[in-house]
Design a protein around this ligand. Structure first.
Ligand code: CP
Ligand code: NVA
Length: 303
């Protein structure tokens, strides 16, 4: 693997290998001194145009645990923020650092960086995909439910955001059932569905039918970064798609509730459900660290 640009670009085998390795890294954290040698002496740039708590901290800690230095660059503090092209930024950084982790708006920027920087490049969230989150989620599903084969994952809310789209690619690659329960205007559009092609993905507005028999109830903020101007409209239209006790009770016995965080209480999820399921939700957040260490190692080995 040279880059991680999206779940779309991964094969089933690559996903399995990353999760297997993440399980091992998690079990051996703090015990296996040799991991500190893997990226020893390297510097990885983290170029972030959007806010972050989990992604930033988990990558900085993960890089440190693998022996590398994290160079955090707020996009507004570097010349990129004043209009220097991404391909020029990439050609400069590519000559100085060993890898790049990018959080931004356009997927094309991450693609362009990878092409021109010629160093391992990781998508740390774009408007189109959030692959690092999905890999941590798959790790959590494996830990909590023993795996994803035959499982029904239901994504509630803004199904057309980066998370909904990355989930769709994960379902296509791995073959589990994904239901996106969202109002028509917030379902992945026809162009996306046609690019996705044949996949076990269903779009619905019926939250009751979606919840029945679910193994995983998943949600995300209704107002993704960059969509703040649409907040009032989104909160109104998406209100019937909230994860609440009624929907959780329709799910399979043993079902888990997942949220990529940050969570907005009594919007996409009730305070009651969130706090009742905090353990599995924060396990998911912790798994960002372990999944991303596996990603970093796979890219270091693939160059
Ligand atoms: N889930 C996630 O990516 O969180 P941050 O925005 O805090 O990085
Ligand atoms: N869809 C959200 C995910 C946050 C981790 C956003 O893009 O803001």
């Amino acid at each position: 693997m040279k880059d991680l640009l999206g779940i779309e670009q991964l094969t089933k085998e690559e996903i399995h290998a990353l999760i297997d390795h993440a399980v091992e890294l998690k079990a051996n954290r703090g015990r296996d001194e040799s991991v500190k040698e893997i990226l020893k002496g390297e510097t990885w740039a983290m170029i972030f145009t959007k806010s972050s708590t989990r992604t930033r901290v988990s990558f900085e800690v993960g890089l440190n645990e693998l022996g590398a230095t994290a160079l955090f660059l707020n996009a507004n503090d570097i010349q990129l923020g004043r209009g220097e092209p991404i391909k020029d930024t990439a050609r400069v950084l590519g000559r100085m650092v060993h890898g790049a982790i990018i959080r931004t708006f356009a997927q094309q920027d991450v693609v362009d960086f990878a092409e021109h920087g010629k160093i391992p490049t990781i998508n740390a969230l774009t408007d189109e995909e959030h692959p690092c989150q999905i890999l941590a989620d798959l790790l959590t599903i494996r830990e909590r439910l023993g795996g994803w084969d035959g499982k029904k994952v239901v994504f509630f809310g803004d199904g057309d955001c980066n998370m909904g789209r990355s989930w769709a690619w994960a379902a296509k690659r791995l073959g589990f059932e994904l239901v996106i329960a969202a109002p028509k205007a917030f379902q992945p559009d026809a162009a996306f569905m046609s690019r996705l092609g044949e996949a076990p993905v269903t779009l619905t507005e019926d939250v009751i039918a979606a919840s029945i028999g679910a193994d995983v109830l998943y949600t995300d903020t209704w107002v993704s970064m960059g969509r703040e101007a649409e907040a009032a409209e989104r909160l109104e239209v998406l209100a019937p798609f909230q994860i609440n006790a009624k929907l959780v009770n329709l799910a399979k016995k043993g079902a888990i509730v997942q949220h990529c965080l940050p969570a907005y209480r009594d919007k996409e999820i009730t305070e009651e459900v969130f706090e009742a399921r905090a353990d599995e939700i924060f396990q998911q957040a912790e798994n960002r660290l372990h999944a991303q260490k596996a990603i970093l190692i796979a890219l270091a080995r693939g160059r």
